[in-house]
Design a protein around this ligand. Structure first.
Ligand SMILES: Cc1ncc(COP(=O)(O)O)c(C=O)c1O
Length: 392
């Protein structure tokens, strides 16, 4: 089955919401089914000329189940090519492993801790040098880049879990001026709101486990590139197969299944998070609400420019409490589930410092919230009761 026959491009509707809902107007050429088949095969027989019947040879390199989901992701990200992988971390590793020994990576001090840990491993075992900068601080990213030495600049458009805002277009300009590439982890800012490749980034990674899948039932990763011919892409692409970070066919199907409702889920999560941020801004139990949608957030102007489809479902609360007092609040919610991860239909709360590695710059009194699609009144009432007695 060729890629072309499996999925017809949409000709009229180009809005990403339509593209997602219809999986690019998918119909199965063999049966007319409006949902793609799942190919469980690990290997593929050859034809009479010893040729591959439809391009696939072995499922550690490729699987026909990927075709529709990768095509939709490519369109959504505005990419030259997109790949699905076994997790967000597998996608991150494929990019970070393209950095040659002896070269440097510039990255924020606070980002997803798995990425930081991977970077520290590269520094400890492979001779890659790291230059950290404070996200959102004017001039900090530029100062961390060393022309000719920095190979890769790594950012998150809103850094997890403090939600400081990084200007993606400015980061791309600074990276390229120094001869470096820009990679963006867009897990918390999917293409419905920010398209890093259009802002100048070279590669985008996402944990498909989060907003793309959206139901906390699948672990997946996505890697997209602006340039499918670049040597860095060739290496990253090959690493998916060589390191074996391939997505299972069932998971690829689940990822696409989740993506078809992403526009609705995203819209509701953004609305709910904004309502919660506004409600708790200035609350007597809190030292602050970290949400880029609030006009008082230091990165709001940049966020408003680059988050064109909403400020997202992620926010953090800074409590008037110590480590133990903050953690206690995360055990008192009765609607919001105390769990790690984000981007699902159900709201989650997490005492982030408790799971960060030693030395993490994340404040002790930070509670991270991933806001889902529930009735926002229930979420606000739940947080109010959990915060009762905090701060006096
Ligand atoms: C911003 C960010 N990037 C990447 C990841 C890793 O994704 P996965 O758990 O799918 O490997 C996470 C996981 O929480 C994340 O929050």
């Amino acid at each position: 089955m060729s890629e072309e026959s499996a999925t017809q491009d949409m000709t009229d509707a180009q809005d990403p919401r339509t593209l997602l809902a219809q999986a690019m107007h998918y119909t199965d050429p063999a049966t007319g089914a409006v949902s793609p088949p799942i190919h469980m095969a690990s290997t593929y027989a050859r034809d009479a000329d010893y040729g591959l019947v439809a391009g696939a040879s072995y499922s550690r390199a490729d699987n026909p189940t990927y075709r529709t989901v990768e095509r939709v992701l490519r369109e959504l990200d505005g990419a030259a090519e997109s790949l699905v992988l076994s997790s967000g971390m597998a996608a991150i590793a494929c990019v970070l492993e393209t950095v040659p020994s002896g070269k440097r990576v510039a990255a924020p001090t606070v980002i997803y801790h798995g990425t930081l840990e991977y970077l520290e491993g590269l520094a400890a075992h492979r001779g890659v040098e790291l230059d950290f900068f404070k996200a959102g601080e004017p001039g900090a990213l530029e100062a961390a880049i060393r022309p000719g030495e920095t190979d890769l600049v790594w950012i998150e458009p809103i850094v997890n879990p403090t939600w400081a805002v990084v200007d993606v277009a400015a980061a791309a300009e600074s990276a390229h001026a120094a001869g470096a590439a820009l990679a963006v982890d867009a897990t918390c800012t999917p293409a419905l709101t920010t398209r890093p490749l259009a802002l100048g980034a070279d590669m985008v990674v996402q944990s498909g486990t989060k907003y793309l899948g959206g139901h906390s039932d699948v672990v997946a990763g996505v890697l997209s590139t602006a340039d499918a011919e670049s040597p860095r892409w060739a290496r990253a692409r090959r690493l998916r197969s060589l390191a074996g970070g391939v997505l299972g066919p069932m998971e690829a199907w689940l990822l696409l299944r989740g993506m078809r409702t992403m526009a609705l889920r995203w819209e509701r999560a953004c609305d709910n998070a904004m309502a919660i941020a506004r409600h708790f801004d200035g609350h007597p139990a809190l030292d602050g609400v970290l949400y880029p949608g609030l006009e008082t957030h230091p990165g709001h102007a940049t966020a408003a420019r680059q988050m064109t489809g909403g400020f997202g479902g992620m926010l953090s609360l800074l409590l008037k409490a110590d480590f133990a007092g903050t953690q206690r609040v995360a055990t008192r919610t009765r609607v919001i589930l105390p769990a790690t991860s984000l981007g699902g239909v159900e709201s989650l709360i997490e005492h982030r410092k408790a799971i960060e590695p030693p030395g993490s710059a994340v404040p002790d009194n930070l509670l991270r919230l991933s806001i889902g699609i529930e009735a926002v009144e229930d979420l606000i009432a739940d947080l109010e009761q959990a915060l009762a007695g905090v701060g006096g």
